[in-house]
Design a protein around this ligand. Sequence first.
Ligand code: PMP
Length: 304
Amino acid sequence: MDTFLKYAYFEHQFIPFEDAKLSVATHALHYGTAAFGGLRGIPNPQNPNEILLFRLERHCQRLSQSAKFLHHDLPADKIYQIIIDFVKKNKPNQSFYIRPLVYSSGLGIAPRLHNIEKNFLVYGLEMGEYLSPSGIKCRISSWYRQEDRSFPLRGKITGAYITSALAKTEAVESGFDEAILMNSQGKVCEATGMNIFMVRNGQIITPGFEQDILEGITRDSVLTLAKDLGITVVERPIDKTELFIADEVFLCGTAAKIAPVYQIENFKLSEERPIATKLREKLTAITQNEDPKYKDWVNVIPLD
Ligand code: PMP
């Protein structure tokens, strides 16, 4: 059972989470005309009166871009300020996850983006580990990721997540933890809410933007960290069978952080994962603001 943070930002004000309710006729509920973000925060291990948020600017920028697909002008700096206020209002004392959502709030029949009221809300929940950091077992999904020509894949549009939901449930109901989806070209794309990386011969390889992936912020962070650690990074299409013989495979996302994969379908991967382990440790230190080199990625919010 999730523990929600006490206050939600809803219809331009902060109110108790339980009072933030929508009408049954809300357009976004019927047509998936909404877009969301997701970011993690923790109390500063060095100072409990401060909250640390990871890559807030970039998350706000991506949500603002997602809103554009919905024909809604929601500037990144406006989202930024509301999220800061949200954190100050809630004063979380555990590791948590913030879920901002822009949505067609009008009460309307007929799928459309024009002439319909839009709105913005934020709520949060306590969140520890989302997937086991010691390793997960993945299946190759029978569901394929949508194509950019029929869906704006650079936005986190809610309607798209039916594919993730189908894939995740298929995986879990058949005894796996997570699903890896191929794209319409039959190349490796991503997991249900995470980007994918593999390691072969000391190189880190991940599908590029043209492979219909989400422009993941953890992915971007991993690429930067790997380069800074002197590891060769290659963005290129990946075949399914390469995953089976890879030295390491790991998934990454805001909720999951870096989740190593120990099995894909019936192919076991090595228990030795030096690169995933190194990256995970590095990312953890950065999110705890312990690495001066990446201080720009961490917002320190004082809880006055
Ligand atoms: N792919 C999909 C489909 C996702 O939903 C997510 C989670 N937002 C990711 C990848 C990872 O993105 P990020 O690192 O920005 O959380």
